[in-house]
Ligand binder design. Structure first.
Ligand code: ADP
Length: 449
């Protein structure tokens, strides 16, 4: 096992990884920007190193500074968390070339899955169902028109190198096709340095369901069932749960098998997620694979009992999975609410000093956060300041538990989305599990919030 790990991240996920290191008896090195000097992750780690000014480009994305920090502290491995450099294959290459261990999949699997056109080609060969659309990249407007002739409107034009909900354009009619196509190409070039775009049929009311997988370097690969992530705003997840209340056991078996086939096709090692869109007739399509740990991993940990961060580290150290697919059973239901420092209905960010913080507690409530009373939330980074996760025997009880946890939560001094969660948890459509990816936005519009 490793002696010391450097965590190339900040905030709640850095804290989560430090906690796993401590439980494994591994020393941890935190890196922090000048804006994060007083951050929880810098305090909790065994050592911490300043890697630059507040701007991410000069600190958390600064590969030279990160490598220098690893060298300085004698770290043997690097855990990238999520966001920042977590899906950057070049960073993984540099880590490995420097003789350190990359806690994640091989750079090769990252490269294949990071390019959506390449990934879809690979998935097609592996027999994983794809959203109907273009056969690979679409280069000219004539080609785009030919694709639409077959699929019909609406369509979605996507940047092959896109991510994080960016680089996509929905087109409803022929009139706006040419313009949207050239704009998407130009924007993709500017944002991702790659003008390649492709076209998919835009599914009108799908659910977002994703499969968690875990593989080791000895050829073992298992799935840890699915997560339901349809509660989104601006393609950003707000609340996630596991298992999906929408799936029957037959569909669950099929989608988990598809997730495994996708991961196997790229010889996946470590923790990864295959995202699918599912229609109301329960047909589902591969959307993309995230080659890293995800924000919503705790709901899976709770229903399966598997510590995903611990296993990311152990697998990177060469350990064999000490359980098989048959050992993994779904136990109860788990829900995660993302707590953001932003206005609950206008979504404007609200950085500033936390005057008072009181976390919920009690039976089957987990809080993953870097908050403390007096902490100054910097304006430079993501607005997520924590996650509350609850578990119970069934979904109904789990919702109740989340409602009481949400009522216990006190964050004063900054505005948070606590009230959004409180209203959402009380919403009959949510409670009946009758929703798709547009539910939250539609509801916000109806309430004129
Ligand atoms: P990113 O890599 O930027 O996250 P994704 O391909 O995962 O992009 O898509 C993000 C979100 O966009 C999905 O969760 C879904 O809400 C929506 N989306 C993507 N493709 C489609 C599609 N073909 N039809 C309908 N919605 C889609």
């Amino acid at each position: 096992m490793f002696h010391k790990i450097l965590i190339a991240n900040r905030g709640e996920i850095a804290v989560r990884i430090i906690r796993a290191c401590k439980e494994l008896g591994i020393l941890s090195v935190a890196v922090y920007s000048e804006a994060d000097r007083d951050s929880m992750h810098a305090r909790l780690a065994d050592e911490s190193v300043c890697i630059g000014p507040a701007a991410s480009a000069k600190s958390y994305l600064n590969i030279a500074a990160l490598m220098a920090a690893a060298e300085l502290t004698d770290a043997e491995a690097i855990h990238p968390g999520f966001g920042f450099l977590a899906e950057n294959a070049e960073f993984a290459d540099i880590v490995i070339e420097s003789g350190l261990v990359w806690i994640g999949p091989t750079p090769e699997s990252m490269r294949i899955m990071g390019d959506k056109v390449t990934a879809k080609k690979k998935m097609e060969i592996a027999g994983v169902p794809l959203v109907p659309g273009s056969d690979g990249a679409v280069e000219t407007i004539e080609e785009a028109k030919a694709v639409v002739k077959k699929s019909g409107f609406p369509i979605i034009i996507k940047a092959s190198a896109g991510g994080g909900g960016r680089g996509m354009k929905i087109v409803h009619s022929e009139a706006s096709l040419a313009n949207a196509f050239s704009m998407c190409k130009t924007e993709a070039g500017a944002a991702f340095g790659d003008e390649t775009v492709f076209i998919e049929k835009f599914l009108e009311e799908p659910r977002h369901i994703e499969v968690q997988v875990l593989g080791d370097t000895h050829g073992n690969l298992i799935h840890l069932f699915e997560r339901e992530c349809s509660m989104q705003r601006n393609n950003q997840k707000v609340l996630e749960e596991a298992p999906s209340p929408y799936l029957d056991s037959e569909t669950r078996e099929k989608i988990c098998a598809a997730g495994l086939a996708a991961a196997r096709a790229v010889n996946y090692v470590g923790a990864g997620t295959i995202e699918f869109l599912m229609n109301s007739d329960k047909s589902f399509y591969f959307m993309e694979m995230n080659t890293r740990i995800q924000v919503e991993h705790p709901v899976t940990e709770w229903i399966t009992g598997v510590d995903l961060i611990e296993w990311q580290i152990r697998v990177a150290a060469g350990d064999k999975l000490d359980f098989t697919q048959d050992n993994i059973k779904i136990k109860g239901h788990a829900i995660e609410c993302r707590i953001n420092a932003e206005h609950p209905f206008k979504f404007t960010p609200s950085p500033g000093t936390v005057e008072l913080y009181h976390a919920p507690g009690g039976r089957s409530v987990r809080v993953d956060s870097h908050l403390y009373t007096g902490y100054k939330i910097p304006p430079h980074y993501d607005s997520m300041i924590g996650k509350i996760i609850t578990h119970a025997r069934d979904r109904k009880k789990c919702i109740r538990r989340m409602q009481r946890a949400m009522d216990e939560l006190v964050i004063l001094g900054v505005t948070t989305n606590q009230e959004l969660h409180q209203r959402l948890l009380a919403n009959p459509g949510f409670q009946k599990a009758d929703f798709n990816i547009h539910f939250l936005e539609k509801w916000l519009r109806q309430m004129r919030l």
